[in-house]
Design a protein around this ligand. Structure first.
Ligand code: CTP
Length: 402
């Protein structure tokens, strides 16, 4: 939802309290939120609550509350929005929307709006079932507005039936649906590993590697931009400039990465393992700092579990599994062997031979190899461009498998 502009119109109704949660969910997801309240809405939730959560002034009147004589330009507000959601939408406001009455700021903005309009009605059950309300709803649907229908349950009046405004989480999903329904990975769960792992030697030292995690971050962002719900399990990294739609699980060791991955693997349709996992760990981690007493020191190592190989062994029909390979010689052949050995659908071969490719750089040079051995070689590109190529190939494979 990064950068999406959401205008929320709040009418008077007990359900107005739910809007605080909706604003919080939208802001957390990276959306910009502006709130317009009808005068009646002030009796149910304070503008201060909504302005604090939205980090924007809440508007109600045609002129500014600080009495500087400034006008709240309803046309600017209406054109600013990608979506106008009126929630709760009262029977009164719904009727006025149908009639084109513009006796408050919200209605004036509505009449000027070119964006998608959504409504979440909330009222007592008899008002909702009244033929006038139902006729009005039919007319608003005919205008192309999206109705988030009220649910049944206990109403503020004490009656029970249809009229309860949908929960804020559902309102959030409806807005998301509008933006992402046509995205190729909408509703697809993606699991991704990235960055290095660190294997402790003693309380102050560890075995690590030079992976920066930049490639994995770029893939996570490209996947989120394609509409996927992304979970990123990542080792220690300096910078994490991530889309807000990526859930992060920080880990340190390969064992921690293994556990985190298998908490999510079963429910993920696409899994990409870009992490530089340490192949070995210390057999016996020292409880206190190892002192430099001898001229030579031997550290005994044992193999870590291969996370990618375990995932390949558990792969279910419909799941896609993608791995990375870092090779120095016989690159393509070794990568293909790894793909077959670990039961992958695709492997990304990183070439270390080229200047500017690999750990720490902002550029990378890759080949994308499919299970049938077909390989596409890409020139040296920025990691963001490489991520876009990888995601394009994965989407292509995913759509063919559906
Ligand atoms: N990988 C993993 N768990 C490990 C080791 C590797 O999940 N314990 C994953 C990496 O994330 C990568 C792929 O396996 O996607 C390839 O890792 P790489 O180290 O290049 O290959 P290995 O299979 O470990 O073989 P080798 O080191 O002998 O080349």
């Amino acid at each position: 939802m990064e950068g999406k502009k959401i205008l929320l119109g709040v009418c008077g109704g007990i359900a107005a309290y739910k809007i605080a949660t909706l604003v919080r969910l939208l802001v957390k997801a990276g959306a910009q939120v502006k709130v317009i309240m009808t005068p009646a809405a002030h009796q149910f939730i304070t503008p201060l609550t909504l302005s604090t959560l939205s980090q924007q002034e809440v508007l109600t009147h045609f002129t500014r509350s600080d009495e500087k004589g400034e006008w709240n330009n309803h046309v600017h507000l209406a054109l600013w929005a990608d979506v106008l959601l009126i929630a709760p939408a009262s029977a009164n406001t719904i009727a006025k929307m149908v009639q084109g009455i513009s006796d408050n700021l919200l209605l004036t903005v509505y009449l000027s709006a070119r964006s998608k309009v959504m409504l979440a009605p909330a009222m007592d059950l008899d008002m909702w079932h009244h033929s006038s309300t139902q006729e009005n709803i039919t007319k608003l649907i005919a205008k192309g507005h999206h109705i988030i229908y009220p649910t049944s349950g206990e109403l503020a009046s004490g009656l029970s039936g249809a009229g309860r405004m949908e929960e804020p989480e559902k309102l959030f999903e409806s807005i998301k649906e509008y933006f992402f329904a046509d995205h190729p990975l909408h509703n697809v769960k993606v699991l991704l590993t990235a960055g290095p792992t660190q294997e402790p030697i003693d309380p102050v030292r560890f075995i690590g590697n030079r992976s920066s995690g930049k490639m994995g971050i770029a893939i996570a962002n490209a996947m989120a931009a394609a509409g996927a719900t992304v979970t990123l399990v990542h080792g220690p990294m300096d910078t994490l400039t991530l889309s807000k739609n990526v859930a992060k699980i920080p880990v340190a060791t390969a064992d921690e990465m293994y556990d985190a991955v298998f908490q999510h693997y079963g429910s993920s349709q696409i899994t990409i393992m870009a992490a530089a996992v340490a192949d070995y760990k210390i057999k016996q981690i020292a409880n206190s700092k190892i002192k430099k007493q001898t001229d030579e020191l031997t550290l005994e190592l044992v193999k870590n579990k291969d996370i990618l190989k375990s995932a390949g062994a558990q792969k279910q029909h419909g799941q896609l599994l993608i791995g990375f390979a870092l090779e120095t010689d016989n690159e393509q052949q070794h990568a293909l062997e790894k793909l077959r050995h670990k039961n992958l659908d695709m492997i990304i071969l990183n070439s270390l031979k080229d200047q500017g490719a690999g750990f720490g750089y902002d550029t990378n040079k890759i080949s994308i190899i499919k299970a049938n051995g077909a390989a596409v070689h890409h020139p040296l590109m920025s990691k963001v461009a490489v991520a876009n190529e990888i995601v394009k190939s994965i989407i292509d494979l995913y759509q063919k498998k559906q």
